[in-house]
Write a protein that binds this ligand. Structure first.
Ligand SMILES: Nc1ncnc2c1ncn2[C@@H]1O[C@H](COP(=O)(O)OP(=O)(O)OP(=O)(O)O)[C@@H](O)[C@H]1O
Ligand SMILES: [K+]
Ligand SMILES: [Mg+2]
Length: 678
């Protein structure tokens, strides 16, 4: 999707946004934005005044003045609507290209008796079993239960190189709309129609499921309160003006109100939020909620899973290493025995290596065996043979406990040999037959490139990185060092990952978690920001509130930057908007009252042509500032990786002081132009 980012001024998007700006005039829609709704009511009243100048009491102003105020107000509302429509339009364009991916296909449903029935993909339900052959489109989201295939996921990730997906382990999930390019698989459907990953993606980028974030709601409330206060101020101005025998017309009062209420931020607020979400999508990250993106902007701690997140996760058996006086062939056979029924990628790689070395084990010998599947909880897998023989392999510390329970002894060279593998960054698995440890399997994995520099950037931003892994402390230490994370937690079970997150949260910190495995799912759900790798399992993706389509754990950096930028943009434009309103106050009030109160002369620094010209100039400025700020709302304020407080101070100065000065210049220029025109 990265290459589908649209330029700000794509012709089609702009013309659609213009049409939508008018559609959004519907009061039922406007009501959601109280500040602009007040402007719309003002527009309506001045429309009446344009025809019936005396509709609300005697009037001294010309029909032309009423019409001018009406038109400027109308454009103010339209400009605000346009900003929102433009932001929405850009999301919709992304959704449209995704929707093209989503087409009905024929699915080969495997029935109870094993026969195949062809059905439309829209008829598939959760739990259905489907066969997908070479060149077929995968009809729905699911988990592979049989086979291995290379899959072209470019429709979703934009990445053209196919990925290998296989039954068992962390690489078994497939996404509807992607295509099998070699081999065939049998999969179990995991989503009902309309609820697939692609459906969610479309409604996300389209903004259909967008909800206001808590921050946005708080700001909207604040702006509404400000608006009400100014309403009261304007109403109380009337008797005051009467007393001073200054005639304030209804159109002038409305214009004054609109100039004083925070229309700039009110008009741009929702566009800022939508544009922030669009920017996340352009980085190939799917954010399920704006809240998560904003939370990313404030993250203190980042917890990462090792296998599949920091490393590629295709852990392969590289070597069998016997311990004590066990022969190489006995060890190889035991490794094979422990893995024939292990469907994880690790298990399959062990079987493959054993076969390469020449080990054979007849199928009938294990046909009746009891299978002990691998779990993250036991950190072991293996078989119980009918004769009573138990075969296990697993994490060294887990196997040691298992052997102790069987009254076995620990070979004296086990720790040293396991340490050797671990210090090289590999994962040692110990293999046992009954109460005897025969040796170690060396599982190799590769750290993804470029992590060190990116983690250093996180450190510079004051974010702590913690690697949390089920692997042993030595391997963890080696990988932690190679990847450049600040801390690590080893031998972590799923509940330990959650505990690590809760511990940080208890200290008032915002925590991000990145992971890919089913064992990461609970932690991804617990974290304030849960970023799942697209290569990971459905469980992980469902628990997370963001998915990285490129499966790059450092992508969070970009999301953090976007989150911070979103918060800063909103803060800056709010400051600018309110500073503007203060400046407008000083432009208009002296101009209105100067005849009745000559003492105001000292405040009349702008020397505008006439009270009416002052009002119209301020109102025009108030309207045009909205479209002028659309580029900042859309692209975000300039963001630099610097200390948050310094950034805030700098922006408050820039947008606060600028916000006071710009209107003085702008209004004066408009006033001069009006004076020459009229
Ligand atoms: N198929 C398997 N059979 C037996 N033991 C295994 C198997 N796969 C992994 N193990 C052992 O169990 C440990 C825990 O595995 P788990 O998948 O929970 O975490 P991990 O993949 O090592 O780390 P991470 O949590 O970073 O992904 C591994 O470190 C390894 O020692
Ligand atoms: K205003
Ligand atoms: Mg993992």
């Amino acid at each position: 999707m990265a290459n589908q980012s649209k330029s700000l001024l794509d012709k089609q998007i702009v013309s659609q946004a213009i049409i939508d700006s008018f559609k959004k005039l519907n009061p039922m829609v406007m009501m959601k934005n109280p500040v602009m709704f007040i402007v719309e009511i003002g527009t309506f009243i001045t429309l009446i005044l344009s025809f019936l100048p005396d509709a609300f009491g005697p009037s001294t102003v010309s029909r032309g003045y009423n019409i001018a105020v009406f038109l400027i107000l109308l454009f103010t509302v339209l400009f605000a609507n346009f900003a929102e429509a433009l932001a929405e339009g850009r999301g919709r364009a992304q959704a449209d290209s995704l929707r093209q991916t989503k087409s009905d296909t024929i699915a080969r449903l495997v029935q109870k008796d094993g026969s195949i029935r062809e059905v439309s993909s829209t008829q598939l339900r959760k739990g259905d079993i489907v066969r997908v052959d070479t060149y077929d489109m995968i009809p729905s989201d699911g988990e592979i239960i049989e086979g291995l295939a290379s899959i072209d996921e470019s429709a979703i990730t934009g990445e053209s190189a196919p990925v290998i997906k296989e039954a068992g382990g962390d690489f078994s999930s497939v996404t509807g709309g992607t295509r099998v390019v070699s081999d065939s698989i049998v999969m179990r459907v995991t989503s009902d129609p309309g609820e697939s990953f692609l459906d969610k993606m479309i409604s996300l980028v389209e903004g259909a499921s967008r909800q206001k974030t808590p921050n946005e709601i708080a700001l909207t409330t604040l702006l509404t309160v400000l608006t009400l206060i100014f309403l009261v101020v304007i109403v109380t101005l009337v008797p005051l003006a009467n007393y001073l025998t200054v005639q304030l017309d209804v159109a002038t009062l409305i214009a004054l109100l609109v100039c004083l209420i925070p229309t700039t931020i009110g008009g741009l607020l929702s566009a800022i939020g939508i544009a922030g979400m669009n920017r996340v999508t352009q980085f190939n990250v799917l954010a399920m909620s704006g809240k998560a993106v904003e939370a990313a902007g404030d993250i203190d701690t980042m917890i990462l899973d090792k296998t599949g997140t920091i490393t590629f996760g295709n852990r392969m058996a590289a070597e069998f290493i016997p311990v004590s006086d066990v022969s190489h062939s006995d060890m190889t056979l035991a490794a094979l025995q422990s893995s024939v029924k292990d469907e994880t990628p690790e298990g399959r790689s062990i079987v493959e290596l054993a076969h390469q070395i020449g080990a054979v084990w007849n199928e009938h010998e294990y046909a009746e065996a009891d299978i002990m599947e691998f779990t993250a909880e036991t950190r072991m897998s293996g078989l119980n043979l009918p004769g009573g023989t138990t075969i296990r392999k697993g994490a060294v510390d887990a196997i040691k406990k298992w052997i102790a329970a069987q009254n076995g002894t620990i070979p004296s060279d086990l720790d040293e040999k396991a340490g050797h593998i671990a210090r090289a960054g590999g994962t040692p698995l110990a293999v046992t037959v009954n109460n005897r440890i025969l040796g170690l399997i060396y599982l190799k994995d590769t750290v993804k490139p470029g992590l060190k520099e990116r983690f250093a950037e996180l450190r510079a931003m004051g974010i702590k990185t913690v690697m949390c892994t089920g692997d042993n402390p030595l391997t963890a230490a080696t990988i932690a060092k190679e990847a450049g994370v600040d801390e690590f937690i080893a031998e972590a079970k799923p509940e330990d990952k959650i505990a690590a997150i809760k511990k940080e949260q208890a200290q008032g910190k915002l925590v991000a978690m990145t992971g890919d495995g089913t064992n990461d799912a609970p932690a991804l759900a617990q974290a304030d920001v849960g970023l799942a790798m697209n290569s990971g399992t459905m469980a992980a993706k469902e628990a997370a509130n963001m998915i990285d389509l490129d499966s790059d754990p450092t992508k969070l950096l970009s999301v953090i930057a976007i989150g911070k930028q979103l918060l800063i943009t909103r803060g800056s434009l709010t400051t600018f908007s309110i500073a503007n309103d203060i400046a407008k106050y000083f432009a208009i009030i002296p101009a209105l009252f100067i005849l009745a109160l000559p003492q105001l002369q000292s405040l009349n620094i702008m020397h505008l042509a006439s009270p009416q010209s002052a009002i119209l100039s301020a109102l025009i400025f108030n309207a045009v500032i909205i479209p002028l700020l659309i580029p900042i709302a859309m692209r975000g304020t300039k963001y630099q990786a610097m200390n948050a407080n310094r950034l805030l101070t700098r922006n408050l100065l820039l947008y606060g002081v600028g916000g006071v000065l710009v209107p003085f210049v702008g209004i004066k220029v408009i006033d001069l132009i009006l004076a020459t025109l009229l």
